[in-house]
Write a protein that binds this ligand. Sequence first.
Ligand SMILES: [Zn+2]
Ligand SMILES: [Zn+2]
Length: 305
Amino acid sequence: MNQRISVSINSDENGFIGRECPKCKEYFKIKFGTGLPIHQYTCPYCNYTGDNDEFFTEAQIEYGKSVAIKKVVGPILDSFHRSFKKLETSTKGGFIQIKVRTSGNVFKIKYYQEKILETNVICDSCGLNFSIYGVFSNCPDCGRLNAKFIFEKSMEVLKNKLKLSEDSTLESSLKNDLLKDSLIGAISSFDSFGKSLRDKHNTKFLYDTKNLFQNFLKLNESLKIYFGKNIKDYLSQQDSDFLFKMFQVRHIYEHTAGVIDNDFIKKLPQFNLQKGRKYILDKKEILLFLEKLLSLAQKIYLEVE
Ligand SMILES: [Zn+2]
Ligand SMILES: [Zn+2]
């Protein structure tokens, strides 16, 4: 006997449905009705591409099976139960004693709950809403890397941090810490952004520099070799010089508490007279830096993705 039973899989309270890659077994979620009208997914972690129904999670399959079993076997068991009951009455007073006991728990539905993941993303290329472990991944619908979206989000967070520094009740050392954190945070996000691009497109960047996106001159060299453009060609000479300076400022804030040293002066001779003094961070300047860095990230992304 062949019987088809359709079981519907419900979404979580935000409209997301869990998916599990048949190859790497990793879990992600997508929102139905967003993204491309296709019946295939690409795993955001390992890039395996396959049909829609290859991506059911273990828990969804168990749930489906339990619903099907209850629907098919439940009524059969009921009728068994009734016939045994008949037998029970017909043998009353006789030699054979039959007692029928059934437990209601035999065909329990295996309910499940979708997991809470770390990062929610809306793909800016196809509009799919999806949710993943970790931060960087490819879109399950169109396969594009979400690095630009993540970087834009982190720039927003840093901008808000900068806004906090405007609070007049804050101590000046605390204010300065917020400025410093924003500067250092921006370059470390830029570096993570760069790493995810390099992981996916390892033939489009210099491979022998570890933190390529933290190193302005090396990054410039890499872009020149692979795309024939300097950073100033993506932005302007002025913006490129400004970014270069801020990368060096970040460096001294990371290593010499913001004090201008020989290394700094070698790269930026105009600071010669300020040797041994602290580079004073300014909110407006860092805000501008976030803006220019974002613009550079967007241009590099378009170049490779
Ligand atoms: Zn996978
Ligand atoms: Zn997409």
